[in-house]
Ligand binder design. Structure first.
Ligand code: AHG
Ligand code: MN
Ligand code: MN
Length: 337
């Protein structure tokens, strides 16, 4: 029998003292909350979980009912676990500080409770993304406490609610995938030490935005589409699920490059995806699996955040492809053949 998530965490704690007891409890709690969310997702039309609310979130997007349900589940369970000082979510404009009367801990949690919201009502894979940071001491606990580079993450991962429910985790020693055994309710380590192949024939981008892209992205994608006839000398395949979790999960399983670039529609907006609870955790997972992640110019994990909900361009996945499209951005010149 493969180890369960709890056994895996206990062993990592015994052997490397990482995660510590607080972090171990926090990861276990997040995984439990994801199980509860998976259960709600699975009810679909039978659980009053489909459709939209009338409210907007901090980024001006109409919240789906499941965005709100998933946020509530994660927030309640995580706030009570005793490992956290404060929590931030895509669905909450401001951070939530764990109140003094509750038991607190040394960590900060950020999450996207429901990623791929446009897929909920059409029964296509969605997920939850999370990132854990250490609380800085010696200063008041505010939103600024969260504004740390992605390289400071101590745990990151996601759950994917697809044909199988999976929990994928890094605590800095590679990337490990657990599948939910619905008969026992346990997460089983089914995908230890995941590695993203360096070479790939597959890319993921919302190509309906092509006319708005900047030159480096247009050039890169034109080459992929031209395939064998281009300097690439090979054909490429395209997939786009419109849920970052599901697209990144596919890339972890069989390679590929995922892109959500900035474009000309809103020159002041550096992309669609959020740095702190989408790009950073996925960038760390990607690097831990042997891939690369940049905003076209810099490593995502080195970016210094200015705001909790700030957005960023994302290029992540198989190393050679990310390096190539990053090179096109940095130089605007031809890739050396
Ligand atoms: P969210 O549902 O948390 O707002 O995130 C959706 C994001 C991301 O998951 C996905 O890759 C992208 O938006 C899809 O964008 P398009 O609608 O342009 O396909
Ligand atoms: Mn998202
Ligand atoms: Mn979301």
């Amino acid at each position: 029998m493969p180890p369960t998530l709890n056994q895996f965490l206990s062993r990592a704690h015994r052997e490397h003292s990482v995660p510590d007891a607080h972090l171990q409890r926090l990861i276990g709690t997040i995984a439990e909350a994801c199980k509860t969310i998976a259960h709600q997702v699975g009810k679909g039309a039978l659980g009053d979980a489909l459709g939209s609310t009338e409210r907007e979130n901090a980024q001006g997007e109409i919240q789906k009912k499941l965005d709100v349900i998933a946020n509530h589940i994660l927030l309640e369970e995580a706030a009570a676990c005793g490992a956290l000082a404060a929590i931030a979510s895509e669905e909450m404009e401001r951070i939530q500080i764990v109140p003094d009367h509750a038991s607190k801990g040394p960590y900060l949690l950020l999450f996207d409770p429901l990623d791929g919201s446009s897929n909920i009502d059409v029964n296509v894979s969605i997920g939850t993304i999370f990132s854990v940071l250490k609380r800085p001491y010696g200063e008041p606990l505010t939103e600024c406490s969260f504004l740390q580079t992605g390289s400071k993450q101590v745990a990151a991962g996601y759950a994917v609610y697809g044909p199988q429910t999976m929990f994928v985790l890094t605590i800095g020693d590679g990337v490990h995938g657990f599948t939910l055994d619905c008969t026992t309710g346990t997460w089983q380590l089914t995908h230890p030490s995941l590695r993203i192949p360096e070479h790939t024939h597959e890319y993921a981008i919302n190509a309906s935005n092509a006319r708005h892209w900047y030159a480096p992205v247009q050039r890169y994608i034109e080459e992929l589409i031209a395939g064998k006839a281009s300097v690439r000398g090979q054909d490429f395949n395209m997939r786009w699920i419109a849920s970052m979790v599901s697209d990144v999960h596919r890339i972890l399983m069989r390679g590929g490059i995922f892109m959500y670039p900035a474009d000309r529609r809103q020159p002041s907006r550096p992309g669609k995806l959020r740095l702190m609870y989408e790009a950073n955790p996925m960038a760390w997972i990607t690097e831990q699996a042997g891939g690369a992640a940049t905003n076209g110019y810099q490593r995502i994990l080195d970016l210094i955040p200015g705001q909790l909900h700030e957005r960023v361009a994302v290029f992540l996945g198989s190393k050679q492809e990310v390096e190539r499209v990053t090179h096109y951005h940095r130089t605007g010149s031809c890739f050396p053949e």
